[in-house]
Design a binder for this molecule. Structure first.
Ligand code: URA
Ligand code: CA
Length: 433
């Protein structure tokens, strides 16, 4: 086989065979095919797209390029959730214990964050003592015992994706549905889940700003998952504004605790119930979506979801007492209000820019080496559609520095207030099965 022929074939809009896709992925992973030829193929894929069979073959080849996680020693159907990324997205912290509380095994492998706020692991590390450096054996033991555990990235998962992603980043080929879908799905499949619930975000703060693009990505990922034997479904949800009210690591842990106790923001609670009931259904712990939802709601009301969260924290060395006393989480030195400059209705809270402001405070990493300030962040008091009076606080800035004029400026520019009436955006736009 020659790489030249594959490039020409795809350039001419033909379909690559499974063998051809394996050849190019293996050759690239082993440094036998040079970057310039792979770049040309990626650009051809960008323009010519891939058929569903090709997308599934690409995903499988990327999964097989490295280690895979074996969860077969964990009893039950392991369901994973993946979000395409948003601002203040605290759902994993809530869903893991919530879904575990009805008996679904949650074996979560998570990463640290880059940009915006931290990843799930960074957030959890704001609980004193909590750690994810556990062995695979301990991970399996904890999931069997407590139904939930989180482990940091282990093994050499999908090296082909890492190489391809870096190359796409510098060749203007990131934004391609078949390449994004196979990249995301290869990582999920390599981490061992039997079934996958995807939360595909759309709106100003999302990777896919337009609904039609989000829907195409969701359909592509669901098709790949089902073709490679993992039951997969996707929810398309709103990211035109941050989810919930808190943006920042310890602040999001506090918000997760409140939500697990039934006292969280409406949008965050609703999204967790929507995604969670799909997870429960795929894990076959309920017969209908209505039954799944009421099981989850009951465990919020009766305190079981909250207890599960404490059990989970304790099992990994965390001080579960902070769930009862969130004031013991890292606290910022200064709480600064951001007053509205005019009266009216909030019409826009650009999630990306809110994320940037949180990062400027220190809640996110600008580079992989940056250190995160777990205490800082923002708590929104107004969301799109809310009325506000001049001088009333739009949000509270939790900062460890008082020199934050640039942060305030970024925040003012990201929030619009109008004299017209504005409806709150929908939360759930579509479901793809
Ligand atoms: N996220 C991924 O993991 N891969 C992509 O290609 C794009 C977003
Ligand atoms: Ca939030």
């Amino acid at each position: 086989m020659r790489m030249y022929d594959l490039i020409e074939k795809k350039r001419n809009g033909k379909v690559l065979s499974e063998e051809e896709i394996q050849y190019f992925i293996n050759g690239y992973t082993n440094d036998e095919i040079p970057d310039y030829q792979v770049s040309a193929l990626l650009m051809a894929i960008y323009f010519q797209d891939m058929a569903e069979d090709e997308r599934a073959a690409l995903t499988t080849a990327m999964v097989n390029s490295g280690d895979t996680i074996d969860l077969s020693n964990i009893n039950g159907i392991k369901v994973d959730k993946h979000s395409t990324g948003g601002v203040g997205d605290t759902t994993t912290l809530i869903l893991a214990p919530l879904v575990a509380s009805v008996g679904v095994p949650v074996a979560k492998m998570s990463g640290r964050g880059l940009g915006h706020t931290g990843g799930t692991i960074d957030k959890l590390e704001s609980v004193p003592g909590f750690h994810v450096e556990i062995t695979s054996d301990e991970f399996v033991r904890l999931v069997n015992k407590n139904k939930v555990a989180v482990i940091g990235q282990t093994g050499n998962l999908t090296p082909a994706d890492k190489k391809l992603y870096s190359l796409r980043d510098v060749t203007a080929t990131v934004n391609s549905i078949p390449l994004i879908a196979s990249s995301i799905m290869s990582k999920k499949i390599a981490s061992g889940a039997d079934a996958i619930v995807l939360d595909v975000k759309t709106g100003a703060g999302a990777f896919m700003k337009e609904f039609d693009d989000a829907k195409s990505l969701a359909e592509a990922m669901v098709s790949i998952g089902n073709r490679v034997g993992r039951q997969t479904m996707a929810v398309i949800s709103d990211m035109s504004q941050p989810l919930g009210r808190a943006v920042g690591n310890a602040l999001e842990v506090k918000e997760a605790v409140e939500t697990l106790k039934g006292e969280g923001p409406d949008d965050l609670t609703e999204l967790c119930l929507t995604l969670g009931s799909q997870m429960v259904l795929l894990a076959k712990k309920a017969k209908t979506i209505e039954e799944a939802r009421s099981m989850l709601k009951n465990n919020i009301t009766n305190g079981k979801a909250f207890q599960q969260f404490k059990l989970f924290l304790e099992a990994q060395g965390g001080d579960a007492g902070v769930a009862d006393r969130p004031e013991q989480l890292p606290q910022a030195a200064h709480k600064i209000e951001l007053p509205a400059k005019t009266s009216g209705t909030v019409s826009e809270i650009i999630a990306n820019d809110i994320g940037t402001a949180a990062m400027m405070l220190g809640a996110g990493r600008a580079t992989k080496e940056s250190k995160i300030d777990l205490a800082v962040g923002l708590v929104l008091h107004k969301k799109i559609g809310d009325r506000v009076k001049e001088g009333e606080s739009l949000l509270t800035i939790h900062a460890n520095d008082t020199n934050i004029e640039n942060v305030k400026e970024t925040l003012y520019q990201s929030i619009s207030i109008t004299s017209d009436s504005v409806n709150a955006p929908s939360l759930i736009y579509d479901m793809i099965t």
